[in-house]
Ligand binder design. Structure first.
Ligand SMILES: C[S@@+](CC[C@H](N)C(=O)[O-])C[C@H]1O[C@@H](n2cnc3c(N)ncnc32)[C@H](O)[C@@H]1O
Length: 316
């Protein structure tokens, strides 16, 4: 990236939404090179190894973030290979893959990043999301802390939660409508030298699969439920998180071990932590189960309220 030199404020004293040099060093020290660099109201900048991704709601925000990224990288002596940018549309259907705005267009669009020394494949060419949701970092870490024996990963995408679980010895079941995402999940296993022998991958609708698993008497000690706000399955069935989350949780409770844990997470702006708790209380009552709630560890690189809303249910 042709980063011009700017006279800027000293690193560590920036308070305009950019992380400081200390936090950047902390990430390096823990083996993480995929994290937020900046969050503002109408955009953000994320780091994926040597690449950066600017997400913006307005062209003005994109221009400001490009300028500030140049200032920040010079101040902090941080080298960026390429900068990608993507527009955040109101409707998911209007989402487009990021575009390269600085850097070598001849280089391929894939890279590998690390999070607490685990590796994840990133691809800026296949869709709106490059392969790893950075706001789930602490939830993935919590999975490692729980060290489950069996993890059910609903809406698994590239199976990042399963990589965390498999690393600490779990077997996993990954469900996602997208065969391509599950194939990338398998690649993430390979990147971490984890065999997929004890792991299952089902390309199907989570809503249909959960009752099937319950009929077979399957049980899991960690269940991840991080659905999209809206989706349509190939058969035309729609999933709308605000309407369907509760039923999904009731079905998941059937599959949860007595002392199991369930993660409820969503990016839907109408469902903040309190709404998730209200839904969870209703589902627990319906399923005649009891749980304590745990709020996730805050993310050092996300301001409060930015990123997905999540709660953990610790079943009793
Ligand atoms: C928000 S992403 C999940 C992110 C994932 N939990 C993670 O942290 O990497 C949503 C995923 O759900 C999948 N999906 C959407 N509707 C689905 C459904 N009804 N059944 C199964 N998967 C679905 C999409 O293909 C996509 O991969």
């Amino acid at each position: 990236m042709p980063i011009r030199k700017y006279a800027v404020r000293a690193a560590g004293k920036m308070n305009s939404g950019w992380i400081n040099a200390t936090l950047l060093r902390d990430f390096q020290a823990e083996g993480t090179d995929a994290h937020r660099l900046c969050t503002m109201e109408d955009g953000c900048v994320e780091r994926f190894g040597r690449e950066t991704l600017i997400s913006f709601k307005r062209v003005l925000a994109r221009e400001r973030l490009i300028k500030e990224l140049q200032s920040w990288t010079s101040a902090i002596h941080f080298e960026v290979a390429r900068v990608f940018a993507r527009f955040i549309p109101r409707k998911n259907e209007e989402r487009e893959p990021p575009r390269l705005i600085f850097g070598d267009p001849a280089e391929n669009l894939q890279t590998v990043v690390t999070e607490r020394h685990l590796k994840f494949g990133i691809d800026f060419g296949v869709g709106y999301s490059p392969g790893l949701f950075l706001d789930q970092r602490e939830n993935r870490h919590y999975v490692r802390h729980i060290a489950p024996k069996r993890l059910l990963n609903c809406f698994a995408y590239t199976c990042s939660f399963s990589i965390s679980a498999a690393y600490v010895g779990a077997t996993t079941l990954n469900i996602d409508l997208s065969k391509k995402s599950l194939a990338r999940g398998r690649e993430n296993f390979a990147l971490n030298s984890l065999s997929t022998v004890d792991h299952r991958f089902i390309a199907d609708d989570v809503v249909a699969v959960l009752p099937r698993l319950a009929r077979k008497g399957e049980k899991f000690d960690v269940i991840i439920i991080d659905p999209p706000t809206f989706s349509r399955s190939p058969g035309g069935k729609t999933f709308r998180v605000e309407n369907d989350f509760e039923k999904l949780l009731i079905d998941a409770l059937e599959l949860a071990e007595r002392d199991g844990h369930i993660l409820l997470s969503t990016n839907c702006s109408a469902l903040r932590e309190h709404a998730l708790e209200v839904m969870a209380r209703y589902a627990l009552k319906t399923a005649r189960r009891a749980a304590t709630f745990r709020r996730p560890t805050p993310l050092a690189d996300f301001p409060p309220g930015a990123g997905a809303s999540s709660i953990w249910l610790a079943l009793r």
